[in-house]
Design a protein around this ligand. Structure first.
Ligand code: C2E
Ligand code: MG
Ligand code: MG
Length: 379
């Protein structure tokens, strides 16, 4: 909750101050990020000493309103003048180093390095080209069918973006979506997907009499952006699509990392009868509390579990547990990444309503997806 979170942040600030010298500066950048400025150091090792003190100070729990809270810190370090000589660069490099420290669970801190610089250069190259991708018509939306396990009919389609660049080749969304998030391009790209996909789904409606629900992935920053709901409304209006024909896929980290209340936006979407689903379930915290706390109607079991569940008993048990839990909470299930008949049969026997995966079809270009609809409908 917010009150406890604020309290914890104050305690963290006190603890950070307790390991610093009078001449050092500590500041909170926002959210759960702090910046420490250590002046007048002669060697990197001196920064390391401070880092170890911080890490040690975090090994004790924080007392927040009579409960013990354990937390940890991920620390990124950049040095002046070795790494750069502007505030912007040094902050950006420290941020990158922190991002890596966070990703690597075995370490708490990381210095900025040459490899990280190469990584940033690569990201910048992607960012540069991504800026022009929409105008150059390099982006396309593909559609992957979602199949009802009982009838084997198409009940929905997930819009998945593709980017073909002449220098970089086919860049997977797992690479460029995070770049778009980081460099503020996600709103534009996300809006493009929403508009394009709704328009296409409007056509499915005209060419068939069936109701194919369109699912769109929304990343955290896009979800939070001020124009998000307007974009949705505009796309629904322009395409003539009903809100009930639209599904929004979000991930757990959106619910987690958001500092302002995502509940309001979710409720706005619900008011429009849009379905809300939680993507990649099982990979993050897989917290039951989110399912109770937020009005979610669909859980998508991550493909990494489906992938080897027939061989991996542990994953099979997890899938079973997720299914049981969703059924108790009355949440609809979608299994993604279904590749074999065996997986399909198993999921069907467990009453998982909807599946998606290469067994039926990969994501297809708009034109081919229409043909696919025709084919399935013709039986
Ligand atoms: P996701 O939302 O979990 O999408 C499912 C991913 O699984 C897609 O990868 C899809 O092509 C892949 N997939 C589907 N069936 C199978 C299968 O049977 N086996 C295997 N191995 N994979 C399968 P894709 O298209 O590369 O997208 C990756 C991720 O990028 C998506 O994961 C989603 O998080 C993100 N993404 C894609 N399009 C968009 C978009 O328009 N906006 C946002 N914000 N994110 C997007
Ligand atoms: Mg998805
Ligand atoms: Mg997924």
């Amino acid at each position: 909750g917010h009150a406890l979170g604020d309290h914890l942040l104050k305690l963290v600030a006190d603890r950070l101050k307790s390991v610093l010298r009078e001449t050092d500066t500590a500041a909170r950048l926002g959210g759960d990020e702090f910046l420490l400025l250590l002046e007048g150091l002669q060697h990197r090792e001196q920064a390391e000493v401070v880092v170890h003190k911080i890490i040690r100070s975090f090994s004790e729990p924080f007392m927040v309103k009579a409960s013990e809270v354990y937390t940890s810190a991920s620390i990124g370090i950049s040095t002046f003048p070795d790494d750069g000589n502007s505030v912007e660069l040094l902050m950006q490099y420290a941020d990158t180093a922190m991002y890596y420290a966070k990703k690597d669970r075995s370490r708490h801190y990381r210095f900025f390095s040459h490899e990280l610089r190469a990584y940033i250069d690569e990201q910048l190259a992607i960012e540069n080209r991504l800026r022009h991708a929409i105008r150059n018509k390099e982006l396309a939306v593909f559609y992957q069918p979602k199949i009802d396990t009982a009838t084997e009919q198409i009940v929905g389609a997930e819009a998945l973006i593709r980017w073909q660049n002449k220098d970089l080749g086919l860049v997977p969304p797992t690479i460029f979506i995070p770049v778009a998030e980081k460099y503020g391009l996600i709103e534009e790209i996300g809006s493009y997907v929403i508009e394009e996909a709704c328009k296409e789904a409007g056509c499915w409606r005209e060419m068939t009499n069936s109701d194919i629900q369109l699912a769109i992935n929304i990343s955290p920053r896009q979800f939070r952006s001020s124009g998000f709901l307007q974009t949705i409304d505009r796309a629904l209006e322009n395409s003539g699509l009903a809100g009930s024909s639209l599904e929004i896929e979000i991930t757990e980290n959106l619910l987690m990392q958001d500092t302002h209340e995502p509940l309001e936006i979710l409720n706005e979407l619900l008011d429009r009868e849009i379905t809300l689903s939680l993507d990649d379930f099982g990979t993050g915290y897989s917290s039951l509390s989110y399912l109770k706390q937020f009005p979610l109607q669909v859980l998508k079991i991550d493909r990494s579990f489906i992938n080897d569940m027939m061989e991996n008993h542990y994953n099979k048990a997890l899938v079973d547990a997720i299914i049981a839990m969703a059924q108790i909470l009355d949440i609809k299930l979608v299994a993604e990444g279904v590749e074999t008949m065996e997986q399909f049969e198993f999921l069907k026997s467990r009453n998982v309503e909807v599946v998606q995966g290469y067994l039926f079809s990969p994501a297809l270009p708009a034109e081919q997806f229409r043909e696919y609809i025709d084919m399935v409908q013709a039986g």
